[in-house]
Every structure is written in C-alpha cells, then in structure tokens.
Design a protein around this ligand. Structure first.
Ligand SMILES: [Zn+2]
Length: 220
C-alpha cells in the first residue's frame, strides 16, 4: 500500500540528520529497526505521531511485511521549499483486512498532510507569507529575495519557517557585508595605484611640454 500524494518531482531530497531521527524513535518503537525511515530531523515528531497511530491500529508490535518512510521535495523550483518536505509512506500488514488497511491508509495520508505544515529543519510550524504584500515584506525582510525572483516565475505566496528563514537571511546578509568590505579594500588599493600613476603622468606632461622623447623616457 502506498500512501503518497502524486507529484512530478522524482529527485531524492537531501535529508538532514536522518540518523538522529532513528535514534530518537527507536527506544519507543523498536519494531522499526529493520525498516527504512529516512527523513529530516524536523519531521521527527510527525513520524513519531504516525508510529503511535500505526500501533493503535496494528498493535504495539505491528505484524508488517513492508514499512518504508522517506521524504520528498514539495517544489524543486522554489528555494524557500527548502523548509518543507512531504513524507512518502509505504506500509503493508502481513495480513490484509479491508477496514484495517483503510485505517492505515487514512493515518498515513494524515501524516503526509502534517509533514507539509512543519519545518523540516526545526520542526516549527510553517506559515504562509506573501511577498506581494508590503506589510509582510516589511516584517519579514527575507521576502525581498522572493520579490527579486518573481520575475523568473516565482510565485508570491510561500510556506516558510519564519524562524529559519530569518536566521538564514541574517547569516547571508552578514556574509555579504564581509565580502563587500573585502572588495571595498581591494578597490581602494587599486584606486590609489591608478591615481598615483595618473598623477605622475599628468605632472610629466605638464612639466615637459615638448616632444615625445620625454614620454618614451618615462615609460622606460
Ligand atoms: Zn524552521
């Protein structure tokens, strides 16, 4: 049984601290040990809630023939989708009962929907922000990056983790300032050298207003 919403992105997403997720879940759900759960750290609680629901339906030691949970990108064309991942859940009980299978499918789909509402980095709740809204742009400066990219077909509304997006924005800004300062120093040094050269050149021309021989002398 595959409980996964359809979409076109087949690229595997880069999970973050997947081993720590397993380490956090294993003590309370030891039956997951043989199976793959590869999701980012922020989705730990979402998966933990799903495991509890599975145990309510299939028992505390679920008799399953297959269990596999990964995550996928929700929008690979949007840089801000970095905070959002959608769970892919595959689960099969050894014995199939129609009503029970439907119950498993139901809780799996609910877990997928929950995963789209939390930040995959910190687990915080994602919020909808609109880069076309002046008030939003004023309150959340990271939206200015979206405004710049709108010309390239980016949509104005996005699901974003305000906390992570703000710290990412400030970090990037600090880095740009550092780089800009270094560039300013280089330009300043180059500017001094050019001015010096021009100064000598002009002086030379003014002092010796005669023929080309002096210029040749200067360049030797
Ligand atoms: Zn976050």
């Amino acid at each position: 049984m595959r409980a996964e919403s359809l979409h076109l992105d087949s690229e595997p997403s880069l999970t973050i601290n997947s081993d720590q997720v397993i380490a956090a879940l294993l003590p309370n759900h030891y039956w997951i040990k043989p199976w793959v759960i590869r999701v980012s750290e922020g989705l730990t609680q979402t998966v933990a809630d799903f495991l509890l629901e599975i145990e309510e339906i299939l028992g505390v030691k679920p008799d399953i023939s297959f269990f596999h949970i990964t995550e996928e990108n929700t929008d690979r064309y949007d840089d801000f989708a970095i905070y959002q991942r959608r769970l892919s859940i595959f689960v099969d009980a050894k014995q199939s009962f129609a009503a029970r299978d439907r119950a498993v499918l139901y809780v799996a789909q609910r877990a997928i929907e929950r995963s789209e509402r939390v930040c995959r980095l910190c687990g915080g709740e994602l919020e909808i922000k609109d880069s076309a809204d002046d008030n939003d742009c004023l309150l959340f400066p990271f939206l200015t990056e979206v405004v710049q990219k709108k010309m390239m077909g980016y949509r104005s509304k996005l699901s974003v983790c305000v906390s992570c997006a703000t710290s990412d924005y400030l970090e990037k800004k600090a880095l740009n300032l550092t780089n800009a300062s270094a560039t300013d120093v280089i330009f300043a040094v180059e500017s001094i050298e050019v001015d010096d050269f021009n100064g000598v050149d002009f002086d030379d021309d003014n002092d010796d207003d005669d023929d080309d021989d002096d210029d040749d002398e200067y360049y030797k």
